[in-house]
Design a protein around this ligand. Structure first.
Ligand SMILES: [Zn+2]
Ligand SMILES: [Zn+2]
Length: 81
């Protein structure tokens, strides 16, 4: 069974409030998108390796506040798709 991030797959959206100013924060996308420009396959292998260990990896999203610039990293639990 494949696991995937429900946010990246459009099943749900993040709607966090900024801890500083309570503005609704914007999902900047998965940190996967920010990783090295030349290793998409390496990363894919890592993902499967982690799953084979019985651990469901989290998809790390960079969430930022458009108002005050606060940003946090949010781990989204990957779910069976
Ligand atoms: Zn994601
Ligand atoms: Zn803010």
């Amino acid at each position: 069974m494949e696991y995937g991030c429900p946010v990246c797959n459009g099943l749900t959206t993040l709607s966090l409030r900024c801890p500083r100013c309570a503005e609704i924060m914007e999902d900047g996308g998965s940190l996967d998108n920010y990783l090295g420009p030349y290793s998409p396959y390496e990363e894919h292998d890592l993902f499967h390796m982690v799953n084979n260990d019985g651990y469901v990896a989290r998809c790390i999203h960079l969430v930022s506040c458009p108002n005050c610039g606060e940003d946090i990293r949010l781990g989204v639990q990957r779910i069976p798709l």
